[in-house]
Design a protein around this ligand. Structure first.
Ligand code: AMP
Length: 283
């Protein structure tokens, strides 16, 4: 396991690997790693000769300073977990290293409908920060493959769009959502839930599965209503939306194109997100 804390050191190491003709996969994370992140790293190791995992809590994607402060940080724990997978590369830079004052790291990209619905409605500016950091990190690492989780479906769709629009020569690969035995999507935030909360939290997955099973059978407005009222009363739902999987424009009826059901809900004051893909309805 090699850990680099500056761009300069990381790039020197990656350059010498490239000179040997070796390929690099990249997994951007904010640390507090769990099996979901590790599954992406394993995928990266399968796809390329080397895998770089960045651990960087990106300040520009938090719209609330308190959320940034509360974000769990445990570099040693993260490195210990990653080392169980064998030899890989960790990039753990400082804010100054990612955003030096003498480089313009802003990205001028109109995200249109991709960023207005769902997360975009409740976390203004969040995706601008995500686009900025992923673009900057891609510039630093220049990977052949970028692996990101389906867990953050809207984020994935936005990064896919960014890669297309900016002609970035990196293949984007989706890693499936890792869940606990109860179906709860693994998340760094789960560790802030009580034991009881973690049990209750699995109800999100049950609700999404119900909606997936009834998609194309029950009319959408009614389906969403039924799904919402079926959720455990301890939840406070922020949004539950069925959207086109490519444009993320919310649907009002089942579609012949791939769709996705996405939700964000608070439990014990912790904001949880999850989603499930929905198969196209036959013509
Ligand atoms: P994070 O550091 O948690 O913001 O996420 C870093 C990457 O891990 C993103 O591409 C996420 O989509 C992905 N990720 C987070 N949770 C999971 C999960 N449960 N299964 C698979 N990938 C995940």
């Amino acid at each position: 396991m090699k850990i680099y804390k500056t761009t300069k050191e990381l790039q020197a190491a990656l350059n010498s690997l490239r000179q040997k003709g070796q390929t690099i996969a990249f997994i951007p994370t904010m640390g507090a790693l769990h099996q979901g992140h590790l599954s992406l790293v394993e995928r990266g190791m399968q796809e390329c000769d080397h895998c770089v995992t960045s651990i960087f809590v990106n300040p520009t994607q938090f719209n609330q300073a308190a959320d940034l402060d509360k974000y769990p940080r445990d570099l040693q724990g993260d490195v210990d977990l990653l080392s169980t997978l064998g030899d890989s590369i960790v990039y753990a830079p400082t804010v100054e290293d990612v955003y030096p004052t003498d480089i313009d790291t802003s990205v001028d990209l109109d995200l249109g409908s991709l960023a207005t619905a769902m997360e975009g409605e409740f976390r203004p500016g969040h995706f601008d920060g995500v686009v900025q950091v992923v673009n900057r990190l891609l510039n630093i690492v220049k990977p052949e493959a970028l692996i990101m989780g389906q867990k953050d479906f809207q984020q994935f769709a936005i990064i896919k769009y960014m890669i297309q629009q900016l002609n970035i020569p990196t293949q984007l690969i989706m890693g499936e959502t890792m869940r606990t035995e109860t179906g709860l999507a693994m998340s760094s935030r789960n560790r802030r839930l009580s034991d009881r909360g973690r049990e209750t939290a699995a109800d999100i997955y049950r609700m999404l599965c119900y909606a997936r099973d009834m998609y194309g059978i029950t009319p959408l407005p009614l389906l969403l209503q039924e799904a919402k009222v079926s959720l455990h009363p301890d939840f406070e739902i922020e949004y539950l939306t069925i959207a086109d999987a490519d444009t993320l424009i919310p649907l009002d009826q089942a579609s012949t194109k791939p769709a996705v059901i996405c939700t964000a809900a608070f439990l014990e004051g912790i904001r949880l997100i999850d989603n499930l893909p929905l198969d196209p309805i036959p013509h």
